[in-house]
Design a protein around this ligand. Structure first.
Ligand code: ADP
Length: 458
């Protein structure tokens, strides 16, 4: 096992990795920016190293500074968490060149799956269903219009290097395609330095279903069931759950089988997620593979009882998976709510500031992943996600009730949060019935907020 792990991340995921390292007897070196000098993981790691100012390019994306810190403190591995450098093939390569183990798959696998368009081609070759669309890259708006004529509108113009919902635009008719193509490409160039684009048919009101994969370097690969991550705002997930209520035993088996096929086609090892959209007729299509741990991994951990970060670290250390497919059983239902420092009434605008008062929930089947403490700062420089509340219960309705209580108990003062908004969703009849899709939040936001206002005034 490793002796000393460098954690190249911040916030709740840095805490999650840190806690796991402690259990495995691994010392932790945490890099951080000046902005995070008083963060919780800085206070709890074995050694904290400030590597630069707030801007991510100077700190959490500063490859040279991270590698220098890893060598200076004699680390033997680097855990990238999610976001930042977690899906950066050059970084994974540089770690290996510097004698450091990158906790994730190889640079080659990241490259293969990170380019969404070439991943799509690989999946097609291996018989994994993909969304109808372009064969290869689309050079310009004119070509996009020609392809869209064949697939039919609406279509989605997507950046091959895209992530986090960026570099993606919808066109509902030929009139819109030029504008959609150009603005998606401009956004992709600015965000990822890569304007390679491809086209997919837009699946109307789909569900987002993803399958958790885990593999080792000895060719063992297992799937840990699916998550329904349809509750999104602006293509970013807000509430996730496992298992997906909409699947039948037969469709569950089919999607898991396709995910395993996808992972095998990539020669995958480490933790990873195969993402699909599921249309209203029950057909599913591959959209991408994430070659890292996901924000929503705890719901899978709760229903399987498997610690995914622990497995990820063990695999990186060259160990075999500690379970076989037959050992994996799904128990009960888990839901995760992302608590964001944002204001749903102001279009989910971020709300940085100081947490003046904090009370976090507890009780049977309630788990909190956070780096919050009373008096801590929510920085305007980074993502607005401040905490995650995860509940686990025998069934979905009990899980919803447990989440209501957990959200009611949570008090975060000094900043705006989406807690009340999440609570409104937990009481929404459509949500309770499982009638959800990726447009749910967009379609319900106004009525949820109106209802909230009306009930407060009543
Ligand atoms: P990113 O890497 O930016 O997260 P994804 O390809 O995973 O991009 O897509 C993000 C979200 O956009 C998905 O969860 C889904 O809700 C929606 N989406 C992606 N592709 C399609 C599609 N072809 N049709 C409908 N919705 C889609």
């Amino acid at each position: 096992m490793f002796k000393r792990m460098l954690i190249a991340n911040r916030g709740e995921i840095a805490m999650r990795i840190l806690r796991c390292c402690v259990e495995l007897g691994i010392e932790t070196v945490l890099i951080h920016s000046t902005e995070d000098a008083e963060s919780m993981p800085v206070q709890l790691c074995t050694q904290a190293v400030c590597i630069g100012p707030a801007a991510t390019k100077d700190s959490y994306l500063n490859v040279d500074a991270i590698l220098t810190a890893a060598k200076a403190y004699a680390c033997d591995a680097i855990h990238p968490g999610f976001g930042f450098l977690s899906e950066n093939a050059e970084f994974a390569e540089k770690c290996e060149e510097n004698g450091l183990v990158f906790v994730g798959p190889s640079a080659e696998i990241i490259r293969k799956m990170g380019d969404k368009q070439s991943a799509r081609e690989l999946m097609k070759k291996h018989g994994v269903p993909v969304v109808p669309g372009s064969d290869g890259l689309v050079e310009d708006a004119k070509e996009a219009a020609e392809i869209a004529k064949k697939t039919g509108y609406p279509v989605l113009i997507k950046a091959s290097a895209g992530g986090g919902g960026r570099g993606m635009r919808t066109a509902f008719s030929e009139d819109e395609i030029e504008q959609a193509f150009e603005s998606a490409r401009a956004e992709a160039k600015a965000a990822f330095g890569d304007g390679s684009m491809y086209l997919e048919k837009l699946i109307v009101n789909p569900r987002h279903i993803e399958v958790q994969i885990l593999g080792d370097r000895f060719g063992h690969i297992v799937q840990l069931g699916e998550r329904d991550c349809s509750m999104q705002r602006r293509n970013q997930k807000l509430i996730e759950e496992a298992p997906a209520k909409c699947l039948t035993p037969k469709s569950r088996q089919a999607i898991a089988k396709a995910a395993l096929k996808a992972a095998k086609a990539a020669g995958y090892y480490s933790v990873g997620t195969v993402e699909f959209v599921l249309d209203q007729d029950g057909h599913f299509y591959f959209i991408e593979m994430n070659t890292r741990i996901q924000v929503e991994h705890p719901v899978t951990e709760m229903v399987t009882g498997i610690d995914l970060i622990r497995e990820q670290i063990r695999v990186a250390a060259g160990q075999k998976l500690s379970m076989k497919q037959d050992d994996i059983k799904i128990h009960g239902h888990a839901i995760e709510c992302r608590i964001n420092a944002e204001n749903p009434e102001k279009g989910f605008a971020p709300s940085p500031g100081t947490v003046d008062f904090l009370h976090l929930p507890g009780g049977c089947g309630v788990r909190v992943e956070s780096a919050l403490y009373q008096g801590c700062q929510i920085s305007p420089w980074y993502d607005s996600m401040a905490a995650k509340i995860i509940v686990h219960a025998p069934g979905r309705l009990e899980a919803i009730r447990r989440m209501r209580m957990a959200l009611e108990e949570t008090v975060i003062e000094g900043i705006d949060t989406n807690i009340d908004f999440l609570l409104l969703i937990m009481f929404n009849p459509d949500y309770m019935l499982g009638n959800i899709n990726t447009s749910f939040i967009e379609n319900h936001t106004q009525s949820l907020l109106d209802w909230n206002k009306a009930s407060k005034n009543a």
